[in-house]
Design a protein around this ligand. Structure first.
Ligand code: KIV
Length: 521
């Protein structure tokens, strides 16, 4: 939009000030609680670094007391992240809070996030406590957390189904005890936008001390209203929102960060609120999470779905070519979606490759870059055109590699309409080649069975997906495999190759290596 012409000497009219809504990202805590979303330490650190790069204000790194692995990851992220507040969740008990503090105390900006339910249903059946006891515990535990750090968040679990007078009493009590953020979650995704707006207006009136601190919301998506409820809360004065990348989370997930951020960005006129998020990092954050977890977003998902900026209908394509705004309310570039540029060929050198990787925003170590370059060379030999997407697929995987207990040496697979499929696979472990042959229902199944024989374990296959990284006959196959470990934990692996059997084998081995890494930790 062009600026109205100013007369010489006339001062520029200052842009109206917009309030800033803090983004509290809980991808690594509530997101990881969703089925099949277990991340290892390296993956969590990589994701945390990306969240920091993206500009989130607070990273909830985990629930320190829930397992030694969670404690370790909260602690490591606390040491690795400098520009965000790092929070650990804790129930409202001394033991939980002490453990949360142990995990976050080395962070530059640590936060303890404690919670206690306030709805009649939760108090009676889950906590088996009287409202007065809940009040006393909420206040006492906020005070306990406050002994460790000035930054304390209290969440009244199941707020939206709580009695308003009681909730207001708890809010006043925890603010007086030192809470600097009070979060009122819609824990079961029950509220509606109209109700949510009135809820926050009402609670601000009933508990006026909330206006002296940060008021937050945390909306689940059980009725598909997580983002709409979050926006209604912002309109009613909330200044922190809790959300996850790609909307992952328990059950139907949580409010999707990218949708909230872009709604505020595109509809500044409507909400008059901004965030500190660099929107051009949205696509990369979404892709990184997908690549780590192996869980893809649906193609029509707002902002980050494969089709979010695709125009299929001729009439739309024509309109967009004439003027993009006819059918585009935001540009693909504003969310960091790059044109699928032709980048490099088989004669490109290490330096050019390194430059390209850096310009795509990846910061690899020397060894990781060397490994990625090898893979690029192999690919460039097989594939006429190597695109940004190909490079990103290689690099994103390289950035979150776990130690390779097993590597693929070679394989032979046979298949046909009149013969049984067989595969002979040779893996290397501790310098020793291990070879087995198996039959299966197709060459991929046979190869997986041969790997099971080598490893001496029979893995349950939880998921298997095969996609193409780019278009074209020589596109790389991008395989995602999920296997279940002995305790039911799901490990996902990813493999790339222009040969889909090889891509699948590599994905399977990647999942097995992740399992070994987790079991050794
Ligand atoms: O859903 C919920 O209520 C929560 C709180 C602990 C913030 O996750």
């Amino acid at each position: 939009m062009s600026e109205t012409k100013r007369k010489p000497g006339q001062k520029r009219t200052p842009a109206p000030k917009r309030r800033v809504v803090k983004i509290f990202d809980t991808t690594l805590r509530v997101g990881e609680q969703s089925p099949g979303m277990s991340l290892n330490l390296r993956e969590k650190i990589e994701m945390a670094r990306q969240l920091e790069r993206m500009g989130v204000d607070i990273i909830e790194a985990g629930f320190a007391i829930s397992s030694p692995g969670d404690f370790e990851s909260v602690k490591t992220i606390s040491g690795a992240v400098k520009d965000c507040v790092v929070a650990s969740l804790a129930r409202a008990s001394e033991q939980d809070i002490d453990r949360a503090w142990e995990a976050v105390k080395e962070a530059k900006n640590p936060r303890i996030h404690l919670f206690l339910a306030t709805s009649p249903l939760h108090m009676k059946y889950k906590l088996k406590m009287q409202p007065d006891e809940v009040y006393e515990q909420a206040v006492a535990m906020t005070r306990h957390a406050k002994r460790y750090t000035s930054d304390v968040e209290f969440s009244a679990e199941d707020s939206t189904r709580s009695d308003m007078d009681f909730l207001a009493r708890v809010c006043e009590g925890v603010v007086a005890a030192g809470a600097t953020t009070v979060n009122l979650p819609d824990t079961v995704g029950y509220t509606t936008p109209e109700e949510c707006y009135l809820f926050f207006k009402d609670i601000r009136e009933k508990a006026p001390s909330l206006d002296r601190i940060t008021i937050s919301t945390h909306c689940h998506n059980d009725l598909g209203l997580g983002v709409a409820n979050t926006l209604a809360a912002i309109r009613a004065g909330v200044n922190q929102v809790e959300c996850t990348v790609n909307g992952i989370g328990e059950r139907a997930g949580n409010a999707a960060m990218e949708e909230i951020v872009m709604a505020l960005y595109v509809r500044k006129d409507e909400y008059g609120a901004a965030t500190n998020i660099d929107t051009t990092e949205i696509t990369r954050s979404s892709n990184l999470l997908t690549s780590i977890t192996g869980v893809k977003v649906q193609p029509n998902k707002a902002i980050v779905g494969e089709n979010a900026f695709a125009h299929e209908a001729g009439i739309h394509q024509h309109g967009v070519l004439q003027k993009a705004e006819t059918y585009e309310i935001m540009t693909p570039e504003s969310v960091g979606l790059k044109k699928n540029n032709l980048v490099l060929g088989k004669h490109s050198g290490k330096h050019a490759f390194g430059e390209r990787v850096r310009s795509l925003g990846y910061d690899l170590t020397k060894d990781e870059l060397a490994e990625a370059f090898n893979k690029f060379k192999i690919l460039a030999d097989k594939k006429k055109s190597v695109y940004d997407k190909d490079i990103e697929a290689i690099v994103a995987k390289e950035a979150v590699q776990v130690p390779k207990t097993f590597t693929l040496k070679k394989f032979v697979a046979t298949n046909g309409s009149d013969i049984d499929a067989t595969a002979t696979v040779t893996l290397v472990k501790d310098g020793k080649a291990l070879k087995r042959k198996a039959e299966g229902d197709g060459p991929i199944d046979a190869a997986f069975k041969a790997i099971d024989l080598i490893i001496g374990r029979d893995f349950a296959l939880d998921d298997f997906q095969l996609d193409a990284v780019t278009e074209g006959e020589d596109a790389q196959g991008d395989a995602t495999v999920a296997i279940a470990g002995a305790d039911g934990t799901r490990y996902s692996g990813r493999g790339l190759s222009t040969d889909i059997v090889e891509a699948s084998i590599r994905a399977y081995i990647n999942a097995v290596n992740k399992m070994y890494y987790a079991e050794r930790a």
